[in-house]
Structure formats: C-alpha cells, structure tokens
Design a protein around this ligand. Structure first.
Ligand code: 9PG
Length: 500
C-alpha cells in the first residue's frame, strides 16, 4: 500500500506492507517489503554488515560500495553471503541516507529474518528472507535516529547489564601458541594490574569442535582457571561452539549433527585454520544436549567470561532438521546456551550476527581483528581483513550499537616491541576503544618497557567522559579526537604521499 511519511521538513512517499503507526521518534511499519522514495538524489548511504567482521560505514550512492569483493570464501565467513550485493549498495538490518539538511532517513528492522536494507539515489528499500520483523523509519539528526532505532531494537530483544571491565586476552600476542606454563607466567606477571578478566583465546583445545583440554594443558582447564582466579582475575575462555573442523571427533563420528547442503552432505559454512569447517544443526535435540554438556563443562572448570566465536555459522543458510528461519535457529541456540551458563557468566559474541545477538550476549565484537600493523598488505581493499585501520573504521561506524550491548572494538597495544604500529596509530586504537568504552589488550608485561607498563596501567584504570562532536569526532576527557582522516582514508593518503 502507498503511504506518505511526514517528517515536517520532508515528506517521503513510500510503498509499505501495512499501516505505519507513529512512535516518539518516527514510525513503526509492519513486516514486509518496504520502499521509501527519498528526494535526496545521490547522497551518502550507511551500510551495515551482518556479522562482527562484516564491513560497515558510509559510502556515496554514486560511488564504490562497501563490502567484501571478489572472494566467495571471505564473503561466506565474514558477511551474509546469501544476500550480499557486492556491486550495489546494501547492508544487513539497517541502512540510512543523508538528506539535504544533513539529517538522516533511517530504515531499520526491529528483529530477525535476515532483513536487508539498500539504497540508490531514489530509493531506500527494505526486504527480508522471512517477514517476521517490523521496520522503523525515522528522520532526524544522525546520532538521534540511530539511538531511536537501537532503543526500539532492545525494547524488543532485550539489553543485558553485565560489564566486562578491563580484559587481557592471549590472542594478539601468543595466538595459538599457548600452554599452561606460559599462561601461568603471564598471569603471574599481571598480578596487581587493573584487569578484571584474563581470557584464554584459541589454542587450548585439541581441535576446533572438540571442547576439552588439549595436550598443552595436561593439568586440565580447571587448573588454569584456578591459576587465573587465584591471581585475582575472572577466568575467561574462547570457544567456537557452533562449528567443527573436518578432523574433529564430532564431525568425524556424527556428521548427521551438522547443517546439510542440498546434496545431503555437511555444508561448508566458512574457512579458517587453513581449512573449511561445518556448522552444528542446533535445531536437533542431540545438538542441544551436546551444547548443554559443553557449557556445563566450561563453567564447571571455573570460567566466567566466555568469548563465543564464529557464531554466525549457527545462522548460515542451509538445511536443518527443523524448518525455522536461520536467524531464529541461531537465537534459540544462544538462548539455550544462556540458560545453561546462567545470567552471571559474561558472554562476548565474536563473529556474531549483530541484531540476532541483542539481549542474549553481554558484549559483541564490532569489527574485524586488529593486528600489530596498519593495513593488510595481502588483502588491500578488503575491509574485513585483519589490521588496525580496518578494525578502527568498522568499530567507530558501529559506536551507536552501545545501546544494544557492550561493543568490543578489539585489543589495543602498548608495546612498541613486536609491533609495526607507530605511536599515533596505537593511540588511535586506544582512543577508539575509549570511545566504545571497552578496553582490552593482549600485551604480556614481559614485552613492555617500564614506561609502557605505566601507560597500560593508567589506561586500564581510566573511565573517560566521552562527548561526540561529529560523525567521527569526539572529546575524550576534554581532549579533541578526530578519527575522520583515518576513516575517510586521508590519513593513509597522507602517509602515501610522504613515501612518494
Ligand atoms: C581465534 C581468533 C580470535 C579473534 C577472532 C577470530 O573473517 N575471518 O576469516 C576471520 C577469521 C578469524 C578471526 C576473525 C575473522 O579471528 O576474531 O579475535 O579469537 O578467531 O582463532
């Protein structure tokens, strides 16, 4: 049906699937396809990525799209491969275009069903795989409409109250090379430093899919959790409970528990660790029992902060035993996990589909992995690739998601050793994490100079007052910080011209 949205200064003719009703900050529209005929011509479009690693940001409708290009494997792992339009402007769940007066017109889904929003110089459109979520349409100052959208989402899906505090993670220093002695030494060095959580990342398990102590943890995971707790930190652990590598026991012995492809074989749901991997079909009662066992085990070991990674794979397009939409299957599985671990265990989502995770995760990663280098030389132009710049750009473009859960922009660095980032680049990472209000690092104290240790201590202890003064401009404790040159690429261009 036809409807005209009246925003006072602008009127937007639209095709909607049901009668809109006004709410405080705009209009809520029934589920179903929607198209807004905007009068702005070619303008800026906000594109939102599906999962933690998927690119988000502003691009001109008459310019290049933001997204993963020319790599089906990367796309499968780091965005919504089923719906991505690499050469047309679209994104997941929410999108917005900028009007002539600088206000933005936002269209955002208020739930699940793989909603998609795209735009060109005439239309801002929305559609979904399953029409199960209402839409919000709002027009106003950018930060206000995004806040209104976020608040309506969390009204429906929830907002958890736990805070992570300051986190130390093993990933960006040791990667998979961890063992119980190294962990014990690292923890002992950190004694007395202002960390709330010490989180063990990937590398403790024998293989992804089998969640028990690997050979490098001969005393068992409960012993390591105790070592961490005895030093005064909340024990944290990484796991990827939705996936299994082909060599894991679960994939080898129970392929029937995996999401299937159309030929009845386990579906490949992504690539990492030099391999493909599969997804667990969480709609099967046996898989729910398996998840219950896994989470009772890790909580029983004493871990109270869980980084659940590669979670998008639980929401991948494929054949499951029950006919529910993939995002609903995912959310049901996370709710099940939440029931098993209880409300006091902090759940950090990583590689999570963003909107379906609201209200069940306490925190969510909002960008690709950081790295001890600025840009990814192997994959230039892939905004989902590892690197400090990509991490800052994606994260800052998702700062509005603070209202949904804690937003984790990934680790910051204090170390100058084993690091290609210069002082300014390390500072930009620390400023981004201060703005997002989630502070974590992977620097072992043994890698830091005395001055760097002092910086780490001061940073982890600080709670900053953040004011936003522009899309990418902030005041952190009164200090002006403008990330615009980094986001728009001017910083890189300047660096390049210095090289020339
Ligand atoms: C452990 C790591 C760390 C890290 C996570 C995640 O798009 N990708 O292919 C992709 C692969 C790995 C990855 C992120 C993205 O790293 O983000 O913090 O926990 O797993 O293996």
């Amino acid at each position: 049906m036809l409807h005209t949205f009246d925003f006072g200064s602008v009127r937007i003719p639209a095709n909607v699937s049901g009668t809109p009703r006004p709410v405080a900050a705009g209009h809520v529209v029934p589920a179903g396809p929607i198209a807004l005929l905007h009068p702005f011509g070619d303008t800026e479009f906000y594109r939102h990525g599906w999962n933690s690693w998927s690119p988000s940001g502003w691009a001109r409708t008459d310019g290049d799209t933001i997204g993963i290009k020319d790599s089906p494997r990367r796309l499968l792992t780091a965005d919504d491969a089923a719906n991505e339009t690499p050469h047309a402007h679209s994104g997941s769940a929410v999108g917005a275009v900028v009007g002539e007066d600088g206000n933005v017109l936002l269209l955002g889904a208020l739930g699940l069903g793989s909603p998609r929003v795209g735009a060109d110089g005439n239309i801002l459109w929305g559609r979904a795989e399953a029409d199960i979520a209402e839409w919000f349409v709002g027009y106003g100052p950018e930060s206000e409409v995004f806040a209104s959208y976020a608040d309506l989402v969390s009204e429906r899906l929830g907002r958890r109250a736990l805070r992570a505090g300051a986190v130390w993670s093993s990933w960006y220093s040791f990667f998979e090379d961890i063992d119980e002695d190294l962990v014990a030494r690292t923890v002992s060095d950190l004694r007395g430093y202002p960390f709330d959580v010490f989180q063990l990342d990937d590398g403790w398990e024998p293989i992804v899919g089998d969640w028990e102590a690997g050979p490098d943890f001969p005393s068992g995971m409960a012993a390591t959790a105790r070592t961490i707790a005895d030093a005064g930190f909340r024990p944290g652990l990484w796991l990827a409970p939705m996936i299994a590598l082909p060599g894991s026991t679960i994939a080898r012995t129970r392929p029937d528990l995996l999401v299937q492809d159309d030929d009845g074989r386990p579906l490949v749901s992504g690539y990492n660790w030099g391999s493909h991997y599969y997804s667990l079909d969480t709609t099967q009662p046996e898989v729910r029992d398996h998840l219950r066992e896994v989470f009772e085990r890790v909580v029983g070991w004493g871990f109270r902060y869980l980084k659940l990674d590669f979670m998008y794979a639980g929401a991948i397009t494929g054949n499951r035993s029950r006919d529910v939409h993939r995002e609903t299957a995912y959310r049901d599985a996370v709710e099940h996990i939440r029931t098993v671990v209880g409300d006091s265990v902090y759940l950090l989502g990583c590689g999570v589909p963003m909107i379906p995770s609201v209200g069940v995760f306490d925190g969510a990663r909002v960008g690709p992995d950081v790295g001890a280098f600025w840009d990814n030389a192997e994959r230039v132009g892939d905004p989902s690739g590892v690197g400090a710049r990509n991490s800052i750009v994606s994260s800052i473009n998702r700062a509005w998601m603070k209202r949904l859960y804690e937003v984790d922009p990934d680790a910051v660095y204090f170390r100058s050793a084993r690091n290609l980032l210069n002082d300014g680049e390390r500072q930009a990472l620390r400023d981004t994490a201060a703005i997002l209000e989630f502070r974590s690092t992977s620097d072992p104290l043994a890698w830091l100079t005395p001055a760097e240790r002092d910086e780490l201590r001061a940073y982890m202890e600080e709670t900053a007052v953040i004011e936003q003064t522009g899309r990418y401009a902030f005041r952190i404790n009164g200090r002006e910080v403008d990330l615009a040159p980094i986001v728009t690429g001017e910083a890189a261009a300047e660096a390049a011209s210095l090289v020339v």
